[in-house]
Design a protein around this ligand. Structure first.
Ligand code: NAD
Length: 255
């Protein structure tokens, strides 16, 4: 029996086979879950193709997390495939390049606002839209890059991640009474599409694998996805508002 046997999980953020969310969807199925994906805009068809590459074909519903109509329609769209949800994965992030890559001091509000909307506020929006589907309680899990620090080139995306981590705590506070947990996994650098969009990402990656007591492979999404899968299961029943590091141990080291 897998740790997600009988559970229905909604997974956002599958863009390529290299997406963290793709590995979460694959492991969730391996652990017994029924997985529904969300896809956005021009990449919706790509996500549908990715859904067919999973061990069991996963259906895809459309969700631009900044679109109020999509959010309002989400419960009915999900119910076409599963009657309720037990877990939701937020694996969404975006900031215009004008507010990353060393452009912190020149970043303008409209672009910062886009980053905050898609990368931070969206956790609240997704939680609000899916909470009515989690009738037996549930687990929401998001992905972050430790927002407690100022990193090279991450700039306003780093600020958005700090906000995202704060949103995590407030969602945990407000949905806890319904038995819904909300946690984030802070991953080390992984060479995904989102990472390649960050100008100078190699500076963030730095010598991560040397600094990590356990070492770090920036082409491997599985350690991060395993932690997400564990948080989706019943094995963290009293954990919410938490940030769990999956970074080879870098967060715990000094220079
Ligand atoms: P990815 O590019 O594969 O995934 C990002 C996803 O965000 C894509 O599927 C994209 O379609 C989706 N997205 C963007 N705008 C959206 C919108 N308006 N509505 C709905 N979806 C939208 O890259 P990834 O690295 O797998 O990113 C997943 C999450 O992991 C992000 O939150 C990212 O910040 C976080 N993360 C990544 C790293 C890393 O080094 N790659 C490290 C820590 C945390």
């Amino acid at each position: 029996m897998g740790i997600l046997e009988g559970k229905n999980i909604l997974v956002t953020g599958v863009l390529t086979e290299g997406s963290i969310a793709f590995e979460v969807a694959r492991l969730s199925q391996e652990q017994g879950a029924t997985v529904v994906l969300t896809g956005v805009g021009r990449s919706l068809k790509i996500t549908q193709a990715m859904g067919r590459r999973l061990p069991v074909e996963a259906k895809v519903v459309e969700l631009d997390v900044t679109n109020p109509e999509h959010l309002a329609a989400l419960p009915d769209a999900v119910r076409e495939h599963v009657p309720h949800l037990d877990g939701v994965v937020h694996s969404i992030g975006f900031a215009p390049q004008s507010v990353m890559g060393g452009n912190f001091m020149t970043g303008e509000w409209d672009d910062v606002a886009t980053a905050m909307h898609i990368s931070a506020y969206s956790l609240k929006a997704l939680a609000q839209a899916t909470a009515p589907l989690m009738t037996n309680g549930g687990s929401i899990v998001g992905l972050t890059f430790d927002g407690r620090f100022a990193w090279p080139v991450y700039d306003w995306m780093g600020v958005a991640k700090a906000a995202f981590e704060a949103v995590n705590r407030y969602v945990a506070r407000d949905l806890g009474p319904q038995g819904i947990r909300c946690n984030v996994v802070s991953a080390g650098p992984i060479k995904t599409t989102a990472a390649k969009h960050i100008p100078g990402f190699d500076q963030m990656e730095g010598n991560w694998s040397d600094r990590a007591p356990l070492g770090w492979d920036s082409s491997d999404t599985e350690p991060t996805a395993r932690a997400v899968t564990a948080l989706l299961s019943d094995w963290f029943p009293a954990t919410t508002g938490e940030m769990i590091h999956v970074d080879g141990g870098v967060h715990a080291m000094g220079q």
